[in-house]
Write a protein that binds this ligand. Structure first.
Ligand SMILES: *[C@@H]1O[C@H](CO)[C@@H](O)[C@H](O)[C@H]1NC(C)=O
Ligand SMILES: *[C@@H]1O[C@H](CO)[C@@H](O)[C@H](O)[C@H]1NC(C)=O
Ligand SMILES: *[C@@H]1O[C@H](CO)[C@@H](O)[C@H](O)[C@H]1NC(C)=O
Ligand SMILES: *[C@@H]1O[C@H](CO)[C@@H](O)[C@H](O)[C@H]1NC(C)=O
Ligand SMILES: *[C@@H]1O[C@H](CO)[C@@H](O)[C@H](O)[C@H]1NC(C)=O
Ligand SMILES: *[C@@H]1O[C@H](CO)[C@@H](O)[C@H](O)[C@H]1NC(C)=O
Length: 663
């Protein structure tokens, strides 16, 4: 089987490097090179037309399409099909099939027979007729390495639920051959299962295929919290968390009794077991949610009708920055009325406003002296920032620049900011572990976009819990990047005389020497992660009263091998120990003293999304020694950071790969 570590690794990287576009998660491909075709020959030509027809037919209702291309009777016929997961939205199906069609020819440039599988879809073709027959090879088995608490009872429940869900899928009256089912394992743990066949199979063939797949589960995934078996013709999956989108439940029906002999032996043909992990899935779901969100936003397209605008028309598309005149903003905010004030930050005051069309906005009025930038520079910068678009960034809708006034206009989110939730003993409960993990991932992706993926390189400089807003679905939206510093492409660090930021979140080199870089943002991110998982505020970075700051507190528990003491008590129960430890470690890696030791955000996103990246042991964080000794004798590391933050790219050293076990 042709799945190599390097391949998986480089794939993950390439996935990350595509700005939020790659919403699909690659799992596996297979194309034995036993028979190949001639480049530019008839088969090649037929294959190309098959694949392009797939891309254009991927929005079909049922998420399945089989096709034959080639002259009847010729030996150059291509048979192919694609199948989207039953709960995919049309957009995701389309995206997955398009991606699959593109990637399969890169991975299998000359092979007659090929298959590629993603979380969201699969695509295969062959020069042999294969429709309506059950194919179980090559198979892929994936498991979530975490153990369940009562394996015996769990596997029993799993067997029963799987029998139900496979029968439902096979008999699905819509012909979609897809079903999901849930069962209660304990009062707080629910089992989620999914089964799906390709739609060319008959009821009988689908049942046969799914039962064979289910029979593999005790072998691959005994006592594990999640597992999947993926055959070319069908697949099954289970997890202890909802990994599929809610779909209308199929009408219930009488189910055929399950076949006995669950533990029966099987011929092992080609078995790959990859330790696969929750975070990947979580990130996929996040992606999916993001996509839905984006699509919705795009469809519901923000309209600024009625806003006076010099560029003409009343309706302006989202990508254009909007220059508003002062009078409009004064009206919207009731003349910057104190009642409308939402908050005050380093740069000025923030007001809530309502545009004539009813849209709520947050208006940030920069204090007159806050920026030494020239008028033109400010305007350019605001216009550029207004073009930054990422689902984890609050959108800068526009700006106003008149006389002394410098004003930035943002989306408004009524749900307040992260600090409102995580530091309040009651509201903490609203954010369970999964939610918090998603928030951490969302923040990481938003910052990664600022640092690397947008066409600009933007350093936020004031990342903190107050600056992370939450939308209705508790998705994080980083705000306040409007006064962030935009770097030239080759520039990696800068120095300022005017240190703006928040104590407790500021990297030492920035606080003391005004040096900021992507790595000073990483420091703030690290503090934020530690706050999110502990529910404690990092009140100050160098307390003189000897009280322990959060970073030292976490570091001490980490060093004493008692990290679980750090966990926010309201998370006990909902928390995955593995993920918690990983987040703790990531937080500590980010607050390391030497900026060069801190990971980049791309690395962090990778660390969060896969367990196959081994984390380094964190070094002593920046402040605890400083705080505790109260002396200035540990500043050495800070002086030497001129060369520190050279590069913002992910190096292979930073993320070594283990834990992928091809067999
Ligand atoms: C098939 O792949 C193997 C190993 O990758 C290689 O040694 C062999 O030459 C290939 N055969 C053909 C026909 O390309
Ligand atoms: C196939 O066709 C393309 C352009 O159509 C050409 O660039 C390429 O060299 C051809 N390959 C072979 C092996 O003939
Ligand atoms: C599939 O796509 C092709 C174009 O590539 C189009 O001609 C055909 O009608 C489509 N089929 C369906 C069922 O939409
Ligand atoms: C399976 O389905 C039957 C009939 O719908 C139901 O009574 C039973 O509780 C289900 N079992 C599980 C484990 O979901
Ligand atoms: C699981 O338990 C909840 C209550 O805790 C109940 O409402 C639900 O119907 C149960 N689901 C199943 C599949 O038994
Ligand atoms: C799709 O598969 C069915 C068998 O399930 C077959 O009868 C049909 O001809 C196939 N369609 C195409 C276009 O190949």
């Amino acid at each position: 089987m042709n799945i190599s570590k390097t391949f998986v690794f480089s794939f993950v990287l390439s996935l990350l490097s595509v700005t939020g576009e790659a919403a699909v998660t690659f799992l596996y491909y297979n194309c034995p090179n036993t028979t190949t075709f001639t480049p530019n020959g008839t088969y090649h030509h037929n294959l190309n037309s098959l694949l392009s027809s797939f891309s254009s037919n991927a929005t079909r209702d049922n998420g399945f399409y089989n096709l034959t291309v080639g002259d009847h009777g010729s030996t150059e016929i291509v048979y192919g099909l694609f199948l989207c997961r039953g709960d995919d939205t049309k957009d995701i199906c389309q995206e997955c099939v398009t991606t699959a069609a593109k990637e399969i020819v890169q991975r299998c440039p000359r092979e007659n027979v090929a298959l590629i599988t993603y979380d969201e879809c699969m695509l295969r073709y062959s020069n042999q007729y294969f429709f309506s027959s059950v194919q179980r090879e090559p198979d892929l088995q994936l498991l979530n390495t975490q153990q369940v608490s009562e394996p015996g009872r769990f596997m029993d429940l799993l067997g029963k639920t799987m029998d139900n869900v496979t029968a439902q899928a096979a008999n699905d009256p819509s012909g979609k051959r897809f079903a999901t089912a849930e069962a209660n394992f304990s009062s707080f743990q629910k089992l989620y299962t999914l089964a799906q066949c390709t739609q060319d199979l008959s009821v009988g063939s689908c049942t046969e295929c799914l039962q064979a797949a289910v029979d593999y589960l005790p072998g691959c995934c005994n006592g594990k919290q999640g597992g999947r078996v993926i055959f070319p013709s069908c697949n099954v999956r289970y997890e202890l968390y909802p990994f599929y989108r809610a779909v209308a439940p199929p009408p219930s029906m009488l189910l055929p009794s399950p076949s006995p002999g669950r533990k029966g032996k099987r011929q092992v043909s080609t078995v790959i077991i990859i330790a696969i992990v929750l975070p990947i899935v979580v990130s996929v779901m996040l992606f999916a949610i993001g996509i839905c969100y984006l699509t919705r936003t795009r469809k519901g397209s923000l309209k600024y009708a009625g806003v006076p605008d010099k560029s003409g028309g009343n309706e302006i598309t989202t990508s254009q920055p909007l220059q508003l005149d002062l009078a409009t903003i004064e009206t919207a905010t009731n003349n910057f009325c104190a009642d409308n004030k939402l908050g005050e930050g380093g740069y000025g005051k923030v007001y809530k406003g309502i545009l004539p069309n009813g849209q709520e906005i947050a208006v940030k009025r920069l204090s007159i002296t806050s920026s030494g930038q020239g008028a033109k520079e400010f305007k350019n910068e605001a216009a550029t920032l207004a073009k930054l678009q990422h689902r984890n960034l609050v959108r800068l809708l526009g700006f106003c620049f008149e006389g002394e006034e410098k004003i930035l206009i943002y989306e408004f989110f009524p749900n307040k900011s992260l600090d409102y939730f995580i530091f309040d003993s009651e509201k903490q409960r609203k954010l369970d572990w999964l939610r918090r993990y998603k928030i951490i991932e969302g923040i990481a992706r938003g910052i990664q976009y600022l640092h690397e993926d947008s066409r600009l390189k933007v350093i936020h400089r004031d990342l903190k819990a107050n600056n992370v807003l939450l939308d209705e679905e508790m998705n994080p939206k980083i705000s306040d990047f409007g006064m962030a510093r935009i770097f030239g492409v080759d520039q990696s660090q800068d120095k300022t005389d005017r240190v703006i930021g928040t104590f407790g979140y500021m990297a030492p080199e920035y606080a003391m020497h005004g040096q900021f870089s992507v790595k000073s943002d990483m420091y703030s991110f690290g503090v934020l992660v530690l706050e999110i998982i502990s529910g404690r505020k990092n009140s100050s970075f160098c307390q003189t009263d000897g009280a322990e700051d959060l970073v030292s507190y976490v570091w001490n528990h980490w060093r004493n091998e008692t990290p679980s003491e750090v966990l926010d008590p309201t998370l006990k129960g909902s928390c995955s120990t593995n993920e918690f430890l990983r987040c703790t470690q990531i937080g500590l890696l980010c607050v390391q003293e030497d900026p060069a030791d801190r990971p980049t955000m791309a690395t962090v996103v990778l660390m969060l999304s896969t367990y196959s990246v081994t984390l380094q042991a964190p070094q002593k964080p920046a402040f605890c020694s400083w705080t505790r000794s109260g002396q200035n004798n540990t500043l050495k590391g800070l002086e030497s950071d001129q060369s520190a933050s050279k590069s913002a790219q992910l190096s292979v050293d930073e993320a070594s790969i283990t834990g992928v076990y091809p067999r």
